[in-house]
Design a protein around this ligand. Structure first.
Ligand code: ADP
Length: 501
C-alpha cells in the first residue's frame, strides 16, 4: 500500500457518519434530560441561578475577576448600553506556593490585594472618594449602592453552586491544592479578604466561563432575540444554555438560595465534557484509546477527549506513530536505507516531539488544515522545525494532512452533536414565522473554534444532516465568537445579581 492509501485507511477510522451523528444527538438529549432530573448523572446540568440573558441595553461600570489555571485577571467593564463596552484589564501569574498554600486565607488575600492594586491604578478617584467617606462615616451608616463596585467572580474549578453568588468548592484541579478550601463558599472567602482591605467591592456573582460567554454574546450580538447557547472550544470544551425552569426538576429537591423565578428560565451549565463517559455512542479508535489510557483520569471526560484543543494534537500523534511503526509503511522513511530497524530507517529525529506524550499541539492541525502551498511546503517545514522530520516528501505531508483533517472534522461534527441537541431539545429548531429576528444565536469562544479552518462550516454541515434542523433550520442558526467573554459576561451577571438586590 502507498503512504496515501495507508493514511486514507486510518483517516476513515475517524469518519463520523450522519447515522452516528443522529444517534449521538438522541443520546445527548436523553443524557441532558437525565441531568436535569437528578444529581450524579454523566452530564451534571448545573443550575447557575442566572435566569435571564441581556439584550444589549445594559449599562454601568462593573468589576470582574477570573481565577483560571495559571493567571488571575482583574478587569473593569464599562457597558455603554448600546451592545458595546470598554474593558480595562490586568493579569498576574499566581505564585506556585499560593496554589498549594496551607490556608485559603493566603490565596484569597493575595487575590484581594490584586483587586486593590487594580482599583488604585485604574479607578483611583472612586477608590479615594470611598476611603474618605469611610473615614468620616458615622457608626451604623452604610454605603450607598452606587459607591460599591459589583464584581463577577469567574472561578473555573468544580463548585456546587447554590445561589447566584454562593458556591462551595468540590475539589481543586489544575495543580491547586489547599485542603481547607474544600466545602467552603469561595465567594464568601473572597468577600472576607476584600472587606479586610476595606475595598468598595461586593462579590455579586459566581460565574462559570461558559455562562460568561453566553451572556457576553447575548449583550453584543446583533438583533435582539437573545442568545441560546454559550460554548467553549479551547483547552477543554463545555457549554451553557437557556433552559425552561420547570424542566430543571432536580431544583425542587435541592437546597438553593433564593433566586428570581419570574422569567421562567434558568441558565444551565451542562458540563458536556463528560457526555457519554459510558461510551454508548461516542466514536472510538485505537488512537483515542491510547490517549485515554495515558491520562490521569481514564474513562472520564470522554467527549472532551475527542473534541477539545488539549487532546486533538495527541490523537494525531498517536495516529502518525501507528503508521510510522507499521511494518512496510513508508511514512517518513528513508528510501535509501535498507535496514529494518525503525530508528535507523525513519527520517524522524530520535528526540522528536512525535515520540513524546502531548508532543503535538493542536495548533499544528490548524496549520496543516490551512496549508494550500505548492507541495505542502508549509507542512513539510513545520514537520522539520517542530518534529525533527527532515526531508519529508509531499506524499508524507499529504498523509499527515489527511489524518489531521479527519481528526479536526470529527471534533467539529461531535461539537455539532452537543449544539444541535440543545437547539432541538429546547424547541429552537422550529421556525418562529421568519423575519430578521427568527434566529438561533450561539456564542462561542476558544482557540479551536476561532482558529481551526472551517470548524463552523463542518458544524453547519452536520446541522443540515439532522432531520429536525435540516437545511432550512441551519440557515436560521447564527454562530459568533464572544470576544472577552469571561470579563464582559461576569460583569453582566454581576449586573443581573445587583439589580435583584
Ligand atoms: P483556554 O481554553 O485555556 O482559555 P484557548 O482558548 O486559547 O485557552 O485554548 C487553548 C487550546 O487551544 C490549547 O489546547 C491549544 O492546543 C489549542 N490551540 C491553540 N492555538 C490553536 C490553533 N491555532 N488552532 C487550534 N487549536 C489551537
Amino acid at each position: 500500500m502507498s503512504v496515501l492509501e495507508e493514511a486514507k485507511r486510518v483517516a476513515a477510522e475517524f469518519e463520523y457518519s450522519p447515522e452516528d451523528l443522529n444517534r449521538g444527538v438522541k443520546a445527548f438529549i436523553s443524557q441532558m434530560d437525565e441531568g436535569l432530573q437528578k444529581k450524579g448523572t454523566s452530564m451534571s446540568q448545573i443550575p447557575t441561578y442566572v435566569t435571564a440573558v441581556p439584550n444589549g441595553t445594559e449599562k454601568g461600570l462593573y468589576l470582574a475577576v477570573d481565577l483560571g489555571g495559571t493567571n488571575f485577571r482583574v478587569c473593569s467593564i464599562q457597558l455603554h448600553g448600546n451592545t458595546t463596552f470598554s474593558l480595562t484589564q490586568s493579569k498576574v501569574a499566581i505564585p506556585r506556593d499560593l496554589m498549594v498554600a496551607k490556608t485559603s486565607h493566603e490565596l484569597f488575600s493575595f487575590l484581594a490585594k490584586q483587586i486593590e492594586t487594580f482599583l488604585r491604578t485604574h479607578h483611583n478617584d472612586h477608590f479615594e472618594a470611598h476611603t474618605r467617606r469611610r473615614k468620616t462615616m458615622s457608626s451604623g451608616e452604610g454605603f450607598r449602592n452606587e459607591e460599591i463596585f459589583q464584581l463577577g467572580f469567574t472561578f473555573s474549578f468544580p463548585v456546587n453552586q447554590i445561589g447566584i453568588n454562593k458556591g462551595t468548592l468540590a475539589r481543586w484541579t489544575k495543580g491547586f491544592d489547599i485542603d481547607d478550601t474544600i466545602g467552603q463558599d469561595v465567594c464568601e472567602l473572597l468577600q472576607k479578604e476584600i472587606d479586610a482591605l476595606h475595598l468598595p467591592v461586593k462579590v455579586a456573582a459566581l460565574v462559570n466561563d461558559t455562562v460568561g460567554t453566553l451572556m457576553a454574546r447575548s449583550y453584543t450580538s446583533p438583533g435582539k432575540t437573545g442568545t441560546l447557547v454559550g460554548a467553549i472550544f479551547g483547552t477543554g470544551t463545555n457549554g451553557a444554555y437557556v433552559e425552561k425552569l420547570d424542566k430543571v426538576t432536580k431544583l425542587r429537591s435541592m437546597q438553593s438560595a433564593d433566586y428570581d423565578k419570574s422569567t421562567g428560565n434558568m441558565i444551565v451549565n451542562t458540563e458536556w465534557g463528560s457526555f457519554d463517559n459510558q461510551m454508548s455512542v461516542l466514536p472510538n479508535t485505537p488512537y483515542d484509546e491510547a490517549l485515554d489510557k495515558a491520562t490521569p483520569n481514564p474513562g472520564i471526560q470522554m467527549f472532551e477527549k475527542r473534541v477539545s484543543g488539549m487532546f486533538l494534537g495527541e490523537i494525531l500523534r498517536n495516529a502518525i506513530l501507528a503508521l510510522v511503526q507499521k511494518p512496510n509503511c513508508q511514512l517518513f522513511k528513508d528510501e535509501n536505507s535498507q535496514t529494518n530497524d525503525l530508528h535507523s530507517t525513519t527520517t524522524i529525529a530520535e528526540n522528536s516531539a512525535l515520540y513524546k506524550q502531548w508532543g503535538v499541539d493542536t495548533s499544528f492541525l490548524s496549520i496543516v488544515a490551512a496549508d494550500a502551498s505548492p507541495g505542502l511546503k508549509v507542512t513539510r517545514q513545520e514537520l522539520s522545525r517542530e518534529f525533527g522530520v527532515d526531508a519529508s516528501s509531499t506524499e508524507d505531508a499529504e498523509a499527515v494532512k489527511l489524518l489531521a483533517n479527519a481528526i479536526g472534522k470529527r471534533s467539529a461534527r461531535l461539537s455539532a452533536v452537543a449544539l444541535g441537541a440543545i437547539v432541538i431539545s429546547t424547541g429552537n429548531h422550529v421556525a418562529r414565522g421568519g423575519g430578521d429576528d427568527d434566529v438561533v444565536d450561539i456564542g462561542v469562544d476558544g482557540s479551536l473554534v476561532e482558529y481551526y479552518p472551517g470548524f463552523d462550516d463542518y458544524v453547519r454541515e452536520a446541522f443540515r444532516e439532522m432531520p429536525e434542523i435540516g437545511a432550512e433550520g441551519e440557515k436560521r442558526v447564527r454562530i459568533g465568537i464572544a470576544k472577552d467573554g469571561s470579563g464582559v459576561g461576569a460583569a453582566l451577571i454581576a449586573l443581573v445579581a445587583a439589580h435583584r438586590g
